[in-house]
Design a protein around this ligand. Structure first.
Ligand code: ZN
Length: 434
């Protein structure tokens, strides 16, 4: 049940009636302007059901995605905040085995915010002098998205930011690749670098769950896997067709038993040009978030670039370790592929090919898409190696009282041959200037 609060909320004794002039004058998302600002706030509750509230209640179905997120996104489009009109971009389904979706997006290439750092490491410290989301104007924010332990799912049209808040915001991507393209920026004022942690990943799962529509997916690109801003963010957009990767056959290879009754199941993609893992199940989103974020943390710590797709309203997570940028740096990618200037990030890997040249759009084919994705995928040998480290990281995680037990399926490679704390060789030689 969702409640809409239509009046500005008094959430703190610090709140004063008069508007005081403050900030740097740019109405930005930094501390200078955000503290004291009034923004819409959507809260979600981990406890479903909620309490009987005194203010007006409306049916939650469709509100978060249709009314709030897409409604506000369209409002920003009317206000001319995007760098181009993505709804005018041509899109088609490429005939063939996989049903790749091709989009011609000439504007993104030319008008994108430039990448301001060298992507040679998956983990890099936050640099306040580089572009980051605290420099964005508040008009790009659609709403704050935060957990509430007391009110549950609730929307406040205007909630004042207090010094004690740790705001997570949903903002437009000014260089959209699809309808409703937004960014989820967890705890924006903490200026976290692009790296997954359990809490932030869980927040992204909750956003997918609140949207409650399988055509609204979230994605994550690590540094070295075509993230272009080193400030923690997830992307999301709405596209009303299944992604090819969502239709690909899978095989169960393992499962994680923790304190939950329902284990988190791990599958492997079969017959898809990029090798990847799929995580599903668990009693609650927390179980799934724990398993996937442990896997991501393992990849980060071992300097392996990766992409994540949050699918099926947060119930199905795809994880793709990748090596395209590394091959690019080593001069191993063909000139034909490089000429397309397509950066294979989470959307391309999932089968939504965002093409920058009309020629590539017109000549788009199953074969061409597969050729690109084949360069993204780890080799079978390397994938087995990386998978073994991921499984070790998940199984070794002793955060819950009963240590998770990894049950090997028949396809899992023997893990006994590797020392438990082995570190994969870091790829320090991998330097990509984007
Ligand atoms: Zn400011």
């Amino acid at each position: 049940m969702l409640s809409i609060k239509r009046v500005p909320t008094v959430v703190s004794n610090y709140q004063s009636e008069e508007e005081e002039e403050s900030g740097c004058g740019r109405n930005c998302l930094g501390k200078c302007c955000l503290l004291g600002a009034k923004l819409p706030l959507y809260t979600f509750g981990k406890m479903k059901g909620g309490k009987d509230l005194n203010h007006e209640e409306i049916e939650a179905q469709g509100f978060f995605l249709d009314t709030l997120l897409l409604g506000e996104w369209e409002d920003r489009m009317r206000r001319g905040l995007f760098r181009y009109d993505v709804t005018a971009c041509e899109t088609k389904v490429i005939p063939g085995e996989y049903g790749f979706i091709a989009q011609l997006n000439e504007g993104r290439h030319l008008k994108k915010r430039p990448t301001e750092f060298r992507v040679d490491r998956v983990l890099q410290p936050f640099d306040e002098n580089k572009f980051n989301f605290t420099k964005v104007g508040q008009e790009e924010v659609l709403f704050r998205f935060e957990e509430s332990e007391d009110v549950g799912a609730c929307f406040f049209q205007s909630a004042r930011m207090e010094p004690t808040n740790a705001p997570s915001v949903v903002a437009i991507n000014v260089s959209p690749i699809e309808y409703g393209h937004v960014l989820l920026i967890p705890r924006i004022l903490e200026c976290l670098p692009q790296r997954i942690d359990r809490e932030s990943f869980l927040l992204a799962l909750y956003m997918a769950a609140e949207a409650g529509n399988p055509y609204f997916r979230l994605g994550y690109n690590s540094l070295g896997a075509f993230a272009t801003i080193n400030h923690l963010h997830f992307q999301a957009y709405y596209l009303a067709v299944p992604f090819p990767v969502e239709k690909a056959p899978t095989q169960k290879i393992s499962s994680v038993k923790g304190i939950s009754k329902n284990e988190v199941k791990i599958y492997q993609l079969m017959n898809y040009p990029v090798r990847g893992l799929i995580f599903e199940g668990g009693d609650a989103l927390e179980d799934l978030a724990d398993a996937v974020s442990n896997a991501c943390i393992c990849l980060q710590n071992n300097n392996i670039p990766y992409n994540v797709l949050i699918s099926d309203s947060g119930k199905r997570i795809f994880l793709f370790p990748q090596c395209y940028a590394e091959k690019q740096a080593l001069g191993e990618v063909s000139p034909e592929l490089l000429d397309t200037q397509v950066n294979p990030a989470v959307w391309e890997i999932s089968g939504h090919m965002v093409l920058k040249r009309k020629k590539d759009y017109e000549e788009a084919s199953d074969d061409n898409a597969c050729r690109l994705l084949a360069e993204v995928s780890l080799t079978e040998e390397r994938f087995q190696e990386v998978k073994a480290y991921i499984f070790e990281a998940i199984a070794a995680h002793g955060e819950v009282e009963d240590k998770p037990v990894l049950e090997d399926g028949d396809k899992v490679e023997a893990r006994g041959s590797k020392p438990s704390n082995a570190i994969l060789p870091g790829k320090e030689e991998c330097v990509v200037l984007q």
